[in-house]
Ligand binder design. Sequence first.
Ligand code: HEC
Ligand code: HEC
Length: 412
Amino acid sequence: MQGFGLCLPTVQRSLFLLLGTTLTLAACSDDSTSADDSTSADDSTVTSSSTDTSASSSVSAGGAGGTGGAGGTVTSTSTASTSSISTSQGGSGATTTMTTGGGTGGEFVAPALLSETGLYEADMTTITEGVLPFAPEHALWSDTAVKQRWIKLPAGSQIDTSEMDYWVYPVGTKLFKEFSRDGVRVETRLLQKIEEGEWFLRAFQWNEEQTDAEARPDGVFDASGTEHDIPSENQCINCHDKMPDIALGFTALQLSHDGEGVTLQQLIDEDRLSDPPAGPFTIPGTDTERAALGYLHANCGNCHQPRSFVANMVDMYLWLPTGDLGDVASTPTVLTSVGQRAAQTYFPGGDGGGGETSFDTRIVAGDPDSSIVALRMTTRETGQAMPPVGSELIDDEGASAVRQWIAEMPAP
Ligand code: HEC
Ligand code: HEC
């Protein structure tokens, strides 16, 4: 098991350092088969710290993304009990601080128990009034966990949707996500916007009696006798800081459905959006195309989008901006992957192994077996698996959706 950043090749590791981020990189171990969500106290770690802003701006200038975010100044501090990261997003000019400890000195007191967060009534099974369920149309694969999500928007508040793909949530917003495995609630996660640009992130592990859940800032490996890992707060940050205002699934595109829970249409009708769109958005294409594009958006797009620092390493976007949904051929997903040469030649099984087979195209129309995008979804090899964090098992259904899409693509 390992942290985010994983067994990054040295060049990438130094890029992280150039960006001025303090990252805790768990050491690479050969027997590790997955890039999972968890960390444990006995992992050996490499921690490095830098606040060299001139280095980060020069990386930004040379970056592929161009729209900012990735090259922002990043400073971090870490002590035994608290850690926070503040990032100034080049794109929006916003500054985001993530608090994972006891608060930053204001009135906010970090909850130690889920019962202190306002999600449930005292019985811990009835959801409090005003906390509303929602579901992204395309979910992140989390092994076999069943997930439920809720949002609490402060009364009378609006979400700033002046940038439709990068919403800015009102101060006081709380988002929750609960994970059950084998029918038992294992953990519930909280994202809470404490003040403009400052978020609190925490996971709570349910007790055996299912009467309350306790804060687990360091994560738990194989929690509650299941194979579900609770991520540490560094790992929360490493996924959630890919978006300027932290929330990943409560977005215009992901709420463009007429299923259960809060929808984009409902937010429009209830005047919850500062700049409401005319209506819900539609991913273009046939069912096969929409399934694949939606899957890639949800499972890969948070990293592979212009405002994530990953854009500085690979200029491939698997993310669907709401303004680019005219037809399949003009989505960034197709434009930056189909027939496009990869940043790195891909050697299945690792390049030290002397294997002769290698691939150099992200997606070869009609040929999933030669398409690096599909190949990296169906390996769990360290340093090759995509996504590199968040799950231990290959998502067979997701991988087949992407493979089928590629197989049906007319060869150029
Ligand atoms: C592997 C990447 C990853 C890690 C690690 C991760 N998250 Fe998330 N999280 C996501 C994605 C992607 C979504 C949206 C898709 C979904 O919910 O299926 C999400 C959704 C959420 C939501 C629902 C609101 C939203 O943003 O859509 C909450 C709450 C949340 N995460 C909290 C946390 C907390 C707290 C941690 C750490 C304990 C954490 N997450 C760790 C990727 C991650
Ligand atoms: C947590 C962030 C993250 C997520 C999520 C993620 N990736 Fe990546 N991806 C990276 C990074 C960092 C690199 C560059 C380093 C490397 O090649 O391993 C990368 C590289 C790649 C490459 C190589 C591109 C090239 O030009 O060499 C492919 C293909 C890829 N990812 C596909 C995917 C797919 C498909 C998904 C979703 C199933 C996904 N990624 C999800 C971070 C992520």
